[in-house]
Design a protein around this ligand. Sequence first.
Ligand SMILES: NC(=O)c1ccc[n+]([C@@H]2O[C@H](COP(=O)([O-])OP(=O)(O)OC[C@H]3O[C@@H](n4cnc5c(N)ncnc54)[C@H](OP(=O)(O)O)[C@@H]3O)[C@@H](O)[C@H]2O)c1
Length: 291
Amino acid sequence: MTPTLIERTIPSSGERLPVLGLGTFGAFDVPPRSSAADALQDVIDLFDRRGGRVVDSSPMYGDSESVVGLLRTTRTGQAAGTDAAGPDPMFIATKVWTQGARAGIAQMERSMQRLRAPRIDLMQVHNLVDVDTHLATLEAWKQEGRIRYIGITHYHGGAFAALEKVMRTRPIDFVQFNYHALDREAEQRLLPAAADTGTAVLVNRPLGQGELVRRMQGRPLPAWAARAGYRSWAQLALAFVIAHPAVTCVIPATGDAAHLADNFDAASIATDRPAPDAALARRIAQAIAAA
Ligand SMILES: NC(=O)c1ccc[n+]([C@@H]2O[C@H](COP(=O)([O-])OP(=O)(O)OC[C@H]3O[C@@H](n4cnc5c(N)ncnc54)[C@H](OP(=O)(O)O)[C@@H]3O)[C@@H](O)[C@H]2O)c1
């Protein structure tokens, strides 16, 4: 059986998305015309070849938006800012991260230029900064077709109540937050609330900014994990997140094509690797917590 990338559905539209995406914090913040940016072309090319779609960035991430824009148009042969080469497989998620409506609009227009995208798939209010102001703009932009989906993000549990309140009171398509095998607060209310409200979930920091992988370094994989077709602790950490049915897409950051291939394998079904389920997630969490 050829490995098949697991997909999930965006509740508000029914559109399907691959469950593995790509974060760009750190890894893609390199000078746009540089050997470091050239090296990232391999990552974007592999991402596309393996069927990846969701790439998450932010104006907060230095040059990341510009690098994504450059590499994706090189990949598709698109002229900057046009649809000339046909449909773009990349589902571009970025954010607005500033105070005030006018500053937000200027920042989002700059992001579109940097990403070379005439339309953004998902625009998220980063860390809920001035959220009511930006949601008003985003609701208008969605009507006008400048963005396809609206989202909100945060990166720590202290903001979960605020995320939930927005989810329950505003027309949000996506919520993005932190969740991994040693950071499970989202299971209490936020993941069930996402399922309840029909909100798609992007999971950030799924490897604890790499800390989970470093923690497990040098430890052999448990025999049951190897039998289930997993080859690394990073794969197990991602399988833990993917096992949750309310998760739409997990967005580990990497600038390393071998790591990206590893991550795709974790998000794929094959003969020796069934889709992760709750029983597997329990074993993974126990194994990581015991280290
Ligand atoms: N408030 C927000 O909106 C918010 C906050 C945090 C994050 N985010 C988003 O979520 C994304 C992910 O979070 P994050 O970047 O903070 O942390 P993360 O994805 O948990 O961890 C990234 C680290 O994991 C390493 N890694 C990835 N795949 C690996 C593999 N297979 N084996 C070993 N190491 C691996 C990467 O190193 P290599 O490059 O060497 O692979 C990198 O150092 C961000 O990039 C960003 O897009 C959003």
